[in-house]
Design a protein around this ligand. Sequence first.
Ligand SMILES: NC(=O)c1ccc[n+]([C@@H]2O[C@H](COP(=O)([O-])OP(=O)(O)OC[C@H]3O[C@@H](n4cnc5c(N)ncnc54)[C@H](O)[C@@H]3O)[C@@H](O)[C@H]2O)c1
Length: 347
Amino acid sequence: MTASPRGFSPSAHTGKYLVTGGAGYIGSVVAAHLVEAGHSVTVLDDLSTGFRGAVPEGAAFVEGRLQDARRVLDSSYDGVLHFAAHSQVGESVQDPGKYWRNNVGGSIELLDAMREAGVRRLVFSSTAATYGEPLTTPIHEDASEAPTNPYGASKLAVDHMIGGECRAHGLAAVSLRYFNVAGAYGRYGERHDPESHLIPIVLQVAQGRRDAVSVFGDDYPTPDGTCVRDYIHVADLAEAHLLAMAAMTGGGEGAGEVAGGAHLICNLGNGNGFSVREVVETVRKVTGHPVPEAAAPRRDGDPAQLVASAERAVKQLGWRPSRTDLAEIVQDAWDFTQRYAGTAGAE
Ligand SMILES: NC(=O)c1ccc[n+]([C@@H]2O[C@H](COP(=O)([O-])OP(=O)(O)OC[C@H]3O[C@@H](n4cnc5c(N)ncnc54)[C@H](O)[C@@H]3O)[C@@H](O)[C@H]2O)c1
């Protein structure tokens, strides 16, 4: 485990926060960082894709839906970190209504509950999927927003809703647009079912739980012909959330304070792309296991490259990602996969 994130000594800036989706992958890592920094944390999660055992010790847990935020929030809360969502791109294409109902409908309920309780600070999990196919790379926040699936569209709709809530009712908000989140933080890691993210899939091949990793297209205009993505360590991502909240509570490290009425949108990535082949090769080196590949046709809507410019998060929030080495990201995910994924302690 790393030390408490920069700028968050337990004696300064401690607050009381609601973490929606805090039994899931990213929410549990952020909740753990908040608890370690001395904050008071309540997790609200319906366990639809999360795990009770992933809620950190020291955090209160309420099993419930976003629609239940009203019975949890009161004016003693300093803010909300909102992770709860469905996030499977393929499923969103098959069943778009499920995504609009949960991601958009649930967020409306949350924003209403926050306004009624007088809770006026929000950090929201947005996504690179709001941009769709990039016209230029790296992707800046002023890039055109043209999501190519209902998941990305639902997240963009929530970003628009949040902007309106800030303007109309003085909410302060930071939307963080994650690129490919990976790695683990001790016992907190990635266990999606079905798994759709590349690194855990390749690790499952290394473990012998899958026969081969499908490489979708090897004739893209990239150095080795496979798609390039920007991988960000989940612990670096967690630190950005605490910095975002600090930017709203006056304890920030960056250039920008986010006051009531303001909505700051920041990309979070390393600005470094790694190809599918580089990920597979890194998994072979870290695990010492062979990882067979199976060539597969390109998938519709898979851009050749998705790489973030995170300049704004660095400047405005004072964010300094420190785990940018792909081997370190894979090593932490591998340790988690071997020690915790699928164990009783993780349920
Ligand atoms: N994993 C990534 O690479 C990535 C990239 C970009 C954005 N995001 C966003 O980050 C957030 C967290 O993603 P994750 O990978 O940790 O997913 P996850 O599925 O592990 O976590 C989501 C959590 O939210 C809970 N949940 C879902 N709907 C709920 C509702 N209506 N009420 C209460 N709880 C609910 C689930 O039970 C789960 O614990 C999501 O909003 C996702 O869109 C993730």
